[in-house]
Design a protein around this ligand. Structure first.
Ligand code: FES
Ligand code: MG
Length: 579
């Protein structure tokens, strides 16, 4: 496709660093020469930053060093000058207390790295849960042309001839182990077989949900999010990203022309149809607010009500994993199925519309990617609740829980901290029935801190041994996108700031009514008011450093947990450096 040049060499952002005949530019040029480049390598060329979230503690991104080389090859072939810039890795597997505490740090780092350097365009390399929203939030605010390069899912897990799904099967077999049904040897085998290659979790967890969202929004090359990490097609996609970003610079195809209100709506519909992680709610809202797009919990609930779940991929779907999804046609095939609900005129990073990009998409297996006439679940994967326990909202994933909990009423069993909960859950004599509602509080954005993925509270050992595997659970935490069960999450406002969850007591009756999207405690209003006057705030979690800054500025779950001062509209946009 011919490149429509909107920019001349002298308009390049990097020209401000390299072109003038002055002392500063002399310094910039001489420093690139120190790195071994000649002027012919970089003068008058789009400088492409490759923001790489690789680290030796990010197992999902272990193929990134090789992919960086592929991107560079593409950039060079298209006449650009590639530079790799490391950014915070925010690995999901090792970061304590939770990677979510650092999503905004990555977003800030990405934004400031782009702004402060001579970059004309960027390729953002991420995939492990928080890296996608973190990089995209930063990239949207920085505003230079960008392409997102998703890490891609790892290969299917396997043990003893059976496919294993990231996260989901770990929880499942852990419950069986707690019930005494899994030997040490089997446990070792599961440990070695559940993560078999580079790439992100290969269930439709947070990682694959978020990359699908960014793909649907038009910020990746079409269908890029579905390609398995170690497939040679992934490498070719990386080279294509490099080639394409150079043209995007000349075309001045900035992210505000792609990440529009209609694109966010498309992304939310696609998220619902994929059986998305509950985490997507928080990240979608945060990204939208960066883009200046008005997207609320209620919008997401409305889209969820009439978008059927079509991707039969675990944990919301029954049978398949991301590799199957790719071979069944991938995200483009899924978008084809719901094409009539999408705005196909949206522009995407390849310079074509979403509709153009769906041409030629094919569903190769309609059990994996279902038609509208045979969905996995008749509604979308998420529902938003309100009520006297969650006036600002809470989220549940009905497709991933036992339908008998859609209407449920039972006594609360309340825990104030994760260690307290863990101790009780492991007590075989705990006084608990399957009707009880397990509640964990002080696990929200400020209370957790960082809103950890504690929301899938373990089923008490006493009930596990009796064969129970699901219960109604409520918290102000998040849960892993690979989790499942009747878990109400993201209760807002959180208990740590005095939200009504803080006022709930053991034995109070809690009622969930999914049809009417209600979550309430059946406690008289004057009693709730009385308890509120008795409530005292817990001590601060942090007295210094990042955590202190985080606690001063993080917003509640219904607002996306961004920092208030980073959202669009907080103040004037940062100007370009003029020195
Ligand atoms: Fe990286 Fe799941 S741990 S995506
Ligand atoms: Mg996860």
């Amino acid at each position: 496709m011919a490149v429509e040049r909107r920019k001349k060499v002298e308009d390049l952002r990097s020209a401000r660093w390299f072109a003038p005949d002055d002392l500063r530019s002399f310094g910039h040029r001489s420093r690139l020469m120190q790195l071994g480049y000649s002027e012919a390598d970089f003068m008058g060329k789009p400088v492409i930053g490759i923001l790489n979230t690789w680290s030796e503690l990010n197992a999902c991104h272990s193929h990134f060093p090789e992919r960086v080389e592929a991107v560079k090859r593409g950039v060079l072939a298209a006449g650009g000058f590639p530079v790799e810039l490391p950014t915070l890795s925010v690995d999901e597997s090792f970061t304590k207390p939770t990677s979510m505490l650092y999503r905004n740090m990555l977003a800030m780092e990405a934004e400031e790295t782009i702004r402060s350097h001579p970059l004309d365009g960027v390729v953002l390399m991420g995939g492990c849960d928080k890296t996608t929203p973190g990089l995209v939030m930063g990239g949207l605010t920085a505003g230079v042309p960008m392409i997102y390069l998703p890490a891609g899912p790892m290969l299917r897990g396997n043990y003893a001839g059976k496919a294993l799904g990231s996260g989901s099967d770990a929880w499942k077999y852990w419950d069986e182990r707690r019930a005494g049904n899994v030997s040490d040897e089997q446990w070792q085998g599961l440990q070695g077989g559940i993560a078999r290659s580079a790439g992100v979790c290969m269930t439709m967890g947070t990682a694959s949900t978020m990359t699908a969202i960014v793909d649907a929004m038009g910020l990746t090359l079409p269908g890029a999010s579905s390609i398995p990490a170690v497939d040679s097609g992934h490498q070719r996609m990386a080279t294509d990203c490099g080639r394409r970003i150079v043209d995007m610079v000349w075309e001045d195809l900035t992210p505000d022309r792609v990440a529009t209100s209609a694109a966010f709506r498309n992304a939310a519909i696609v998220a619902m149809a994929t059986g998305c992680s509950t985490n997507a709610v928080v990240h979608l809202i945060a990204m939208a607010r960066r883009a200046g797009v008005d997207l609320t919990l209620d919008d997401l609930d409305a889209l969820g009500r009439d978008t059927p779940l079509l991707a039969n991929v675990r944990p919301s779907g029954k049978d398949y994993l991301m590799e199957d999804f790719y071979f069944a046609g991938g995200l483009r095939a899924l978008m084809l199925q719901i094409g009539e609900r999408l705005d196909l005129t949206c522009m995407t990073v390849n310079g074509r519309t979403l509709g153009d990009n769906l041409e030629g998409a094919v569903v190769y297996n309609d059990d994996v990617i279902r038609p509208l006439s045979n969905p996995v679940y008749h509604e979308g994967s998420l529902a938003v609740l309100r009520g006297n326990l969650c006036p600002d909202g809470a989220v549940i994933k009905p497709a991933a829980c036992d339908p008998k909990y859609y209407r449920h009423q039972g006594p609360a069993l309340v825990f104030d901290s994760y260690p307290e909960m863990k101790k009780a859950i492991d007590d075989e004599n705990l006084d608990v029935t399957p009707d009880h509602v397990l509640v964990l509080r002080n696990a929200g954005p400020l209370g957790g801190p960082g809103m950890p993925e504690w929301g899938m509270l373990p089923i008490p050992k006493a009930l596990i041994k009796q064969g129970y595997r699901d219960m109604l659970r409520i918290s102000d935490a998040r849960m892993s996108g690979t989790s499942y069960g009747a878990c109400v999450l993201h209760v807002a406002p959180e208990s740590y700031v005095g939200g009504p969850l803080a006022l709930l007591r053991n034995g109070d009756i809690v009622r969930l009514d999914l049809d009417n999207r209600r979550l309430d405690m059946l406690v008289a209003e004057d009693e709730i008011a009385r308890r509120k006057t008795e409530w005292t705030p817990p001590p601060p979690r942090f007295e210094r450093g990042w955590g202190w800054m985080y606690s001063k500025h993080v917003t509640q779950a219904d607002k996306g947990c961004d920092f208030d001062f980073l959202e669009r509209g907080f103040g004037a946009a940062a100007g370009e450096p003029d020195i």
